[in-house]
Write a protein that binds this ligand. Sequence first.
Ligand SMILES: [Fe+2]
Ligand SMILES: [Fe+2]
Length: 377
Amino acid sequence: MTTEQVEFTGTELLQSHDYQAPLETTNGVRCHGGFDEDGTYVSPRTKHRVPAIEAWEGKRVEDCGTPPLEAPLATWPEHFPNVAQTTFLLGKGVPQPMISELTRIGTVEGFGAMMRHLPLPDFQVIFDDSIAGTATEHIRKGLFEAHSRDEAGWEDEAGHDRMWYAARDIAFENPATEDQTQAMLQRMGITPAGGGVPDFQKLREAAIAMRVLPNDIDFDLESMLNRMIGLLFIEISAFHAFAWAEEVLRDTDLTAGGGEAADIVSYIRQDETPHVGYLTVALSEMRDRTWVGRTGTKYDGEEMIQLLWDKAMSESLFARRGDFLKLISREINNAIEGRADRDDLMDEFWPLGVVQPTAEGWVETRPGGEQVEIPAA
Ligand SMILES: [Fe+2]
Ligand SMILES: [Fe+2]
């Protein structure tokens, strides 16, 4: 039996360390997190959350002996455009695609806070074994709330959305007014948050029509798992975007601020680690369990999770990738539209990366060398 603490209150899971100094950007944004006496950045709300994730994983391995679910970063392609392509564009006086992308990332991060509104099922009735002392049990007891606060901020502390905007404003010296930001987001097909809680009933009906698990299983569970697996893949694949942004923003010949924007991105990246952590442990716990349907029929959790996992993976690697390539390509075209050398720029741009345009969409060379076709629609 593990002797480590595996039961936590919501208050504990939301508690931060006592910082020696707060994180405040030079452009005046007070952010979450802070620094310890050595000047090391410490992520917000991790005083108990990080040891809790470790303890739950320890208990899971002790109880089930299985390896955790894994989605290696190399499953996903590098960021588009990559560092060489972005450096090339910046060198040619085309910063707008990167400004747009930083704005898009910040906005999408802020959407992460919607997870606190997700309808959650009663977990215990779904699983044959007790979920006491698991990450699954704590999803509704602080984990989703901590995640939401990390992404969109809490009280007077900025979260990831405003931290990305701060990094952008430092690196590109306040490149966009509020109106320009809205126009940018609209071009990229994003309606900013702030319109309140989405219409979950409507989303739910559409999602029920697409469900992959047996009807016997509570749809709220499937819906929540779709969200968790989708988020896990976004969180992991985003490390490519972080590496890209950090490398470009660290280059003081290309961007302003002496590397501060890159530092901010590195803090955000650090904050993402517990997100990947708890999602992985909770999903692995549910995979390890026997599920009970409404009629009392039992299901193998491994089969159930695999069905959702495969669907989400295909969406992430193809449909979502296609949407992404489309919107970023549009931003690049938009930025160079009026230039006489636009065709020459693109002729130089494409060979620097792993994505090549075709008549129907793109061909991308994936890590490992596989060439995949990605349709534009
Ligand atoms: Fe985030
Ligand atoms: Fe995150």
